[in-house]
Write a protein of this length. Sequence first.
Length: 171
Amino acid sequence: MGRISPETYTQVPKVDLVIALDNIRSGNNVGSVFRTSDAFRIREVLLGGISAQPPHRDIQKTALGADKTVNWRYAHELIDLLEEYKSKGWKIAVVEQMEERTLLQDWKTDQDKWIIVVGNEVKGVRDEVCALADICLEIPQFGTKHSLNVAVCTGMVAWEFMHQKGVSQLL
């Protein structure tokens, strides 16, 4: 399959994408985000508020070791980490349902460095985090439910980013 080892993974270049978790209560969801982040060589995962942190049984269950390969940081207040990145020129995209939003398929990543923020499974991304965003992304949905699991959502948005940047750069 051509998979690289965990030791090699720590040395290879990462893409200019960061995933930020705003108060994700499920360790299983956090673990799934780590696994997705490993798959796409995401630069870092930011954990904020009540989000579980490695080592955690539920994270380990779904991350399958990605919690050991992916760089991550925790802050009680996620805004502190987001402002640090923003001061270095990174753009912030919150994934949320708001009146002023851009549908995922219309998002243009250009040559920018992006942070994707996903929020609490029930309450979503907090208003004060949304206020920092450069864009609000919405994934169109056509069923009776009006939200997606945060781990699934993260994977979809990360894939769109990778698609636009050209996945072949990592092959």
